[in-house]
Design a binder for this molecule. Sequence first.
Ligand code: ADP
Ligand code: MG
Length: 369
Amino acid sequence: MPEIRAEGLRKEYGKVTALNGVNLTINNGEYLSIVGPSGCGKTTFIKSIAGVVKPDAGEILIDGNRVTPLPIEERGVGYVFQEIALFPHMNVYDNVSYGLMVRGVPPTDRRGPVEEMLHMMVLEDYVSLYPKELSGGARQKTAISRALTSGSLLLLLDEPLGALDLKVRTVLRYELRKLVKDLGLTAIHVTHDQEEALSVSDRVVVMKAGKIVEVGSPMQLYLKPKEIFTAKFLGEANFMIGKVSNVNGRGSQFDVSGLNLSAGINGEFFPINGETCVLAIRPEFIDLTSKPGNVNTWACEIVSASFVGDSMRYEVRADNGAILLVKTPITEDESGFVNGDKAYVTLPEGSLLLYGLPEEGLEKALSLE
Ligand code: ADP
Ligand code: MG
């Protein structure tokens, strides 16, 4: 159940800065996920916590103790590597008991904790099978069991479900959270799957190019992202550039390539008259109707329509040329729109997110590198 602190972590590989000043406290008993594009430093970060990578600068503290010089064996961590690393010549039982064996625990004393873990992970029927005989899900459960049998209270998971089918992955992610909470562990879970991160975590960390962009609860990050990159990386969002045409106590008006939008006061960003800003809105918060609404309604034309199972996904073109992605729930009595239909989009004031125009430009701010 330890508390982990990373202070000023830096790591360079030649010209690549894998970690560029990372500070983070992970609370006792917390389930924390780290998301970010490939190559942003997630694995380097979790390996620095584990003691597999030695940072060039900065410290790792576990429960207030500086562990930076200690190797992985002395940090009390259970680590599930990104590259699945079960021992192929050992069956499930031996893989799971490995940690206790290398610590010199005699076979008779290993049995209790190993069997308890196998029972908890529902792996009893697989004990004598070898990794190549297991399904992907059973293999990952074995790897997680192995990481935990030595009694580690800190579980480090690097893309633990990445190699699995979507169905198995979805089931296992909830099992994983339950296991962590039942055992009172602290878990750090690296994933590139943003839905996985949002659905199991107490807090989510978004990383980009070796830095932490934003940390918050899944709802905070999804509904009120403070950083434009968070809005881009977690879920989907439409981005528009607008010029402030009027500001009053209630909110502000924008000219978006010739069309008007008004936005309530939201977040910590207060636009000033004449300023160029970025407006963002998630596709499921846009209303698509055949009749115009009152505020923030634009006429549009449907340019693509796809049925996605639980929703319809439309691309619409507004009169100012803007293409917006819109997601609407499926209703039994409505057949939806088809290409070429004329319709109206309403962008609710309270759902618009406002940002200053990034110094490096919108495109660079939204890029994954
Ligand atoms: P992520 O897990 O987010 O995909 P990594 O932490 O694996 O990212 O890598 C961050 C950056 O550091 C990448 O550009 C990667 O190529 C580089 N890198 C990571 N490990 C090494 C290494 N052992 N040698 C050289 N470059 C590395
Ligand atoms: Mg990685």
